[in-house]
Ligand binder design. Structure first.
Ligand code: UD1
Ligand code: UDP
Length: 377
């Protein structure tokens, strides 16, 4: 039985970025009197497990739902059924979800079907276009319409929620927990380089070159978009002074087209997804980043790395406004032009390589944990 002094809280996640952004919160909640459980849907498998291992989190429930290349509707149907079962067994007083994945959306919906209140971490991100990013823009709106606690990372995200008539007293501007994860992990890597062993041989191979870190996985870029990103990477890597380090998302829709264009190139290291400490090390040692990732857009400016955002729109305008990120879409010419500018024009590079941290101060999880627990008092 739960009590107001020891509320039962279920944290639900399923993918790599959710795990990275929620592990500091799980740790913070576990330092309170709350009874905290963790349910992973394992919408991702090996990429999720990489994070669980370094964060030392053993899930109370593991739904093991990943199937190769599964469709959004099949995934969502299985998420709803299996998460419903967990909620019926666990009977939490509150469910916490993060961001805009299928897991977050289904976690909020199954909780709502049982009238269990929902907290949304990383609330209020909006691009204004339901197909960019797809399906995340609708996923997060569904979560936002259900949640009664909205943890907005920035004032911009708070304003987006206010514009949707979310009552002001339900919105808390906390910063993004990704910065908590980044700061903690960077400190761990700084004091024990062996934690980032996976990146060491690749960094050594390309010592003396300008390193460009690349990631891509967005569904709206599948097909032609990814092909043109791959062509751009190929052209950038023709320069003898450059090496591209590219941890490739295991989704076959990403792997296939990338391998077709980039396999066998000397200056391109297409590697498996890196564990988080090794990826943080890569971000620290690279010259700049080209990505369509959400989380990487938040981390790179904290490490003073320019970001070329390979998307048409971003729900994280803070970096673009500050001049440390540039939207380049999946346009081959534009990607090559902007990457070449960063490589050849040191003034342009310095203008973008400023440390700035609109996304958080590393204490977001403590704030969120306190608000969640105090709401039971
Ligand atoms: C998902 C999220 C997206 C998030 C991204 C982070 C949805 C709809 N999409 O996209 O919002 O930005 O995660 O990476 O929730 N796979 C593996 N091993 C893994 C992970 C994935 O092999 O550890 C392969 C599988 O074939 C899987 C496919 O990738 O079916 C797609 O995974 P899925 O979670 O459906 O979508 P992502 O594109 O990863
Ligand atoms: N990341 C990682 N290893 C990698 C690539 C990325 O640990 O090889 C981390 C990255 O630091 C960030 C998160 O994964 O915190 C971003 O995940 P992804 O790009 O898959 O999802 P998104 O943020 O776009 O939802």
């Amino acid at each position: 039985m739960s009590s107001p002094a020891r509320p039962r809280i279920l944290v639900v996640f399923g993918t790599r970025p959710e795990a990275i952004k929620l592990f500091p919160l799980v740790h913070a909640l576990r330092r309170t009197a709350a009874d905290v459980r963790v349910c992973v849907t394992a919408q991702h498998r090996e990429m999720l497990d990489q994070v669980l291992e370094i964060a030392k989190i053993t899930p109370d429930y593991d739904l093991d739902l990943m199937l190769p290349n599964q469709s959004l509707d099949a995934l969502t149907a299985r998420l709803l059924t299996e998460l419903g079962r967990v909620l019926d067994t666990d009977k939490p007083d509150r469910v916490i979800v993060q961001g805009d994945t299928a897991t977050a959306m289904a976690g909020a919906l199954t909780a709502y079907y049982r009238k269990i209140p929902v907290s949304h971490v990383e609330a209020g991100l909006r691009s204004g276009n339901i197909y960019h990013p797809w399906p995340e823009e609708v996923n997060r709106k569904v979560v936002g319409s259900i949640a009664d606690q909205h943890f907005a990372p920035t004032e911009t995200s708070r304003d987006a929620l206010l514009a949707e008539n979310v009552p002001a007293d339900r919105i808390h501007v906390t910063g993004n927990t990704v910065i908590d994860a980044l700061i903690e992990t960077r400190a761990r890597v700084d004091s024990d380089a062996s934690l980032a062993a996976a990146i060491a041989p690749i960094a050594a191979k390309y010592a003396g070159k300008r390193i460009v870190a690349v990631t891509t996985h967005r569904r709206e870029n599948f097909g032609g978009g990814l092909k043109s990103v791959a062509q751009a990477v190929r052209r950038i890597a023709r320069r003898p002074d450059v090496a591209v380090i590219f941890p490739v998302h295991p989704n076959p829709n990403v792997r296939g087209p990338m391998a077709e264009v980039l396999a066998g190139l000397d200056n391109v290291a297409m590697i498996d997804p890196l564990d988080y400490p090794s990826f943080v090390r890569l971000l620290s040692l690279c010259d700049f980043v080209m990505t369509d990732s959400g989380g990487v857009q938040e981390e790179a400016p904290a490490l003073a790395k320019p970001v070329l955002v390979m998307r048409e729109t971003t729900e994280r305008p803070e970096g673009v406004t500050a001049g440390t990120a540039k939207l380049v879409g999946s346009d081959e010419e534009l990607i090559v032009t902007e990457a070449s500018r960063l490589l050849d024009d040191s003034a342009a590079y310095e203008a973008m390589a400023r440390a700035h941290n609109p996304f958080g101060d590393g204490k977001s999880s403590e704030r969120i944990a306190r608000i969640v627990v105090e709401s039971f008092a």
